[in-house]
Write a protein that binds this ligand. Structure first.
Ligand SMILES: [Zn+2]
Length: 506
């Protein structure tokens, strides 16, 4: 076989859709598989293209490859510069395994009549179409994430809609490797890596509009689990989130303070970051320097400086915050306070002329105080910096088209009575075309917000327990998440199942 003829690969002929993971010790693999040498050439000459730029080609060759091969490749790639990297024989053999072939590696020379089956590998186009179709479909259905999982029975595809996963498709198991490879290539990940988790980003073009997706791939016992997170452009305004007027008033006031700390707490996926961004949008961005430190930057906003942390180069929230403080900012949003170092910096910054907005993982708004004390912060520091604390959950809203009026749930009645809530407008889910038979459409915040004051500051400084703090706040008409949720249930906005799942069980 003439080398010239086989060297130029066609995407149909060289698919990396094999089984086992390969990790090379000497290089980072970057190549798109559409540009690789043809399989026959790679296996005969024990070499592979590792990366290719406008000016340079990096080629992996098995140790001991003859000079003639190197010269041939140099000449072939002229005028580009050629660089060679040694690959171990066993590494190359296992790479060949991913091609579904056995390589007989004998020092990089010709292997004579090496036997491998040139199996038929489908064109890439159908796979790209599947990925595009999934994205379009997911957007139409209002999904936030696409989950692609290799299972025994096939590739399961699910969408997360209004916070709940919904199975939408089961495709042939044989397609998984191609889907995974394509997604990896599109998001700049190592397509040979199947043993380590990888994170990346990709952009797909839908109806001429670019859609950003965050990609996370984690190996599982039956293959991989791939999650694509969709970043949707349209951001919600603060008053569209579901906070009641008193809560909105408290939040808006906190965002207008010249300095201090405002926190939003709740578990992952409770919409904390969305609330903080909506709050930032209420500020006059031309007059204030607003910086956000996020992990990752999900939604880009005009007029504010958004920075993504990078743990890989030791720029976590604390390191970034330290640097950002030198930028003379007025408002800083710190994506999350995870550790003492970040907490200490954030609180001190809040005392020295900066408004700090951040999130914490606690169950309710009051628990942020003991949480910060547990992190090792001095109570006086918390008392003097904390101005406002909110907590929130997201519950699904009943579909307005099909929900039906019902009597309050038996389990709900005593709770409603205890809180003196009149529940004449309770509704239950049904299902129609609009809500795809689920009975729900969209989500709303169930939240609580309190402002700090002198009395509370004194209690914090005395290290008062959570109950004492809570009763101090309750004395001023504080609306707890439980009350807020029950009010929304009583008004027919959501159902009791949703409250039980998100609020009452927590
Ligand atoms: Zn409906």
């Amino acid at each position: 076989m003439s080398e010239d003829r086989v060297l130029n690969a066609e995407s149909a002929g060289n698919g990396w859709n094999g089984g086992n993971a390969v990790k090379f010790r000497n290089f980072h693999f970057e190549s798109d598989y559409g540009e690789q040498y043809q399989k026959a050439f790679m296996l005969h000459r024990c070499c592979m293209k590792l990366s290719e730029t406008e000016t340079k080609v990096t080629i992996g060759v098995v140790e001991g490859s003859g000079r003639d091969l190197l010269r041939f490749l140099e000449a072939y790639h002229m005028p580009k510069q050629t660089a060679f990297v040694n690959i171990g024989k066993s590494e190359f053999a296992s790479f060949a395994g991913t091609l579904g072939c056995e390589a007989s590696v004998n020092g990089g020379g010709k292997t004579g009549d090496s036997s491998f089956a040139l199996e038929h590998i489908e064109e890439d186009a159908p796979v790209i179409n599947i990925i595009n179709a999934l994205c379009i479909d997911a957007i139409k259905m209002g999904a936030s994430d696409i989950h692609i999982e290799a299972l025994e029975k096939g590739v399961q595809i699910r969408y997360r809609i209004d916070g709940v996963l919904r199975p939408v498709k089961l495709v042939a198991a044989s397609l998984f490797r191609q889907l995974s490879n394509r997604i990896k290539v599109m998001s700049g990940l190592n397509s040979l890596e199947q043993r380590l988790p990888q994170d990346g980003r990709m952009t797909v073009s839908i109806d001429g509009a670019a859609l950003d997706l965050r990609v996370s791939i984690v190996p599982t016992s039956s293959g991989e689990s791939i999650v694509l997170r969709l970043f949707r452009g349209a951001a919600l305004e603060l008053d569209e989130l579901g906070f009641v007027p008193e809560q909105l008033y408290a939040l808006r006031n906190a965002a207008r303070l010249p300095y201090g700390l405002a926190l939003v707490s709740g578990p992952t996926g409770s919409g904390k970051t969305t609330t903080l961004h909506a709050l930032l949008r209420t500020l006059p961005a031309e007059e204030r320097k607003i910086i956000t430190i996020e992990d990752p930057v999900e939604l880009r906003q005009d007029g504010i400086n958004q920075i993504q942390i990078n743990e890989a180069i030791s720029l976590g929230f604390d390191g970034m915050l330290r640097r950002v403080l030198r930028q003379d900012p007025d408002v800083i949003m710190v994506g999350e306070i995870r550790d003492e170092a970040t907490a200490e910096l954030a609180l001190r910054a809040a005392l020295t002329g900066h408004l700090i907005l951040s999130t914490l993982h606690t169950n309710d708004s009051v628990s942020v105080i003991p949480r910060l004390i547990d992190m090792g912060l001095e109570p006086y520091l918390i008392a003097s910096s904390l101005r406002c604390s909110a907590a929130q959950r997201l519950v699904r809203k009943l579909c307005p088209c099909c929900s039906r009026e019902v009597k309050p749930d038996k389990r709900a009645a005593p709770l409603l009575r205890r809180q003196g809530i009149n529940a004449h407008r309770c509704r239950e889910k049904n299902g129609c075309d609009l809500c795809a038979g689920t009975g729900y459409l969209g989500r709303t915040v169930v939240g609580e917000v309190f402002k700090s004051d002198r009395e509370l500051e004194a209690l914090i400084e005395r290290r008062a327990d959570t109950e004492t703090l809570r009763s101090c706040i309750a004395g001023r008409g504080f609306r707890s998440m439980e009350t807020d949720g029950l009010e929304k249930y009583a008004a027919g906005i959501t159902d009791f199942e949703e409250l039980e799942r998100e609020i009452l069980c927590a």
